[in-house]
Design a protein around this ligand. Structure first.
Ligand code: MN
Length: 273
């Protein structure tokens, strides 16, 4: 196998999950790894890109990852754009994002910087893995099992040509010995109820924290939420190319027709009313 992998994350280049991802990738014969990751945390900042200021990329010392690595002043999606189009000297065959500190399940994928980096890869025609541990931890050892899953998955998927897939992988919050297996899943419904916590800053000014609590509803079978809750590794293939709502396309059509009639009947479209 001959595979060039770009590794990134949204927890920042110092995060233990990224180091574990790279370590396991390097254990696969024939894999070359490059790292481009943000210089700070971008969790829950989604698919932001940087276009109103320059982006800096500082090469890390060789001791950091043992492979070429850059600390990037932009977002996870910036890291992928920069990696694919400038930093990596050859073509990239696969982007691996993570291992994220915390779950990326259900509607989390809409906010996730980890998943955004993977989407950015697929938008560029390159397959990607987004990998997360669902029990938060900063202990490097707690990423080992997710790292092994990356290694096995990359080995199994190999360098055979695939249309650019995006697999969102979540490792359940149990010790590796208690993992029951692997389930292919669909994204679950929003698992949270929103809360706003009111507090005061150091100057006494009122401010707010966005918080969530688990929603009452039990996740239905077949979803990523249910799989992880029952100690299975969850793999959800994602696609984001066409967000068009086919049913609304038809049901809203009469409104568009009325809009057109009224618009064209207006005597003077530029007049203020
Ligand atoms: Mn994160």
């Amino acid at each position: 196998m001959s595979l060039t992998v770009l590794a990134t994350n949204d927890d920042g280049i110092e995060a233990p999950g990224l180091a574990e991802s790279v370590r396991h990738l390097l254990g696969i014969p024939g894999v070359s790894v490059y790292v481009a990751a943000p210089d700070r945390e971008w969790s829950a900042r989604g698919h932001a890109i940087t276009i109103t200021e320059p982006i800096y990329a500082d090469q890390m010392p060789p001791t950091a990852f043992g492979v070429p690595a850059w600390r990037v002043s932009g977002s996870p999606a910036d890291c992928v754009k920069l990696g694919l189009n400038h930093l990596v000297p050859t073509g990239v065959d696969l982007v691996v994002s993570g291992i994220n500190n915390g779950p990326n399940l259900a509607t989390d994928v809409l906010y996730s910087g980890t998943v955004a980096a993977a989407i950015e890869a697929v938008l560029a025609g390159i397959p990607a893995l987004a990998v997360s541990i669902t029990r938060r931890s900063t202990r490097r050892g707690d990423y080992n099992c997710a790292g092994r899953i990356i290694r096995l998955l990359v080995d199994l998927l190999g360098d055979a040509p695939h249309s650019p897939y995006l697999l969102n992988v979540n490792v359940p919050p149990v010790p590796p010995g208690e993992i029951r297996g692997v389930k292919m899943t669909e994204l679950g419904p929003n698992p949270y109820d929103d809360l706003v916590k009111t507090t005061r800053d150091d100057n006494g000014r009122e401010c707010y924290w966005l918080k969530v609590r688990p929603a009452e509803e039990v996740a239905r079978a077949g979803t990523d939420l249910a799989a992880v809750a029952q100690s299975w590794v969850s793999i959800t293939p994602l696609e984001f190319f066409d967000l068009t709502c086919e049913t609304r396309l038809k049901s809203i059509a009469p409104v568009a027709h009325q809009l057109q009639r009224r618009l064209l009947n207006d005597v003077d479209l530029s007049a203020e009313s």
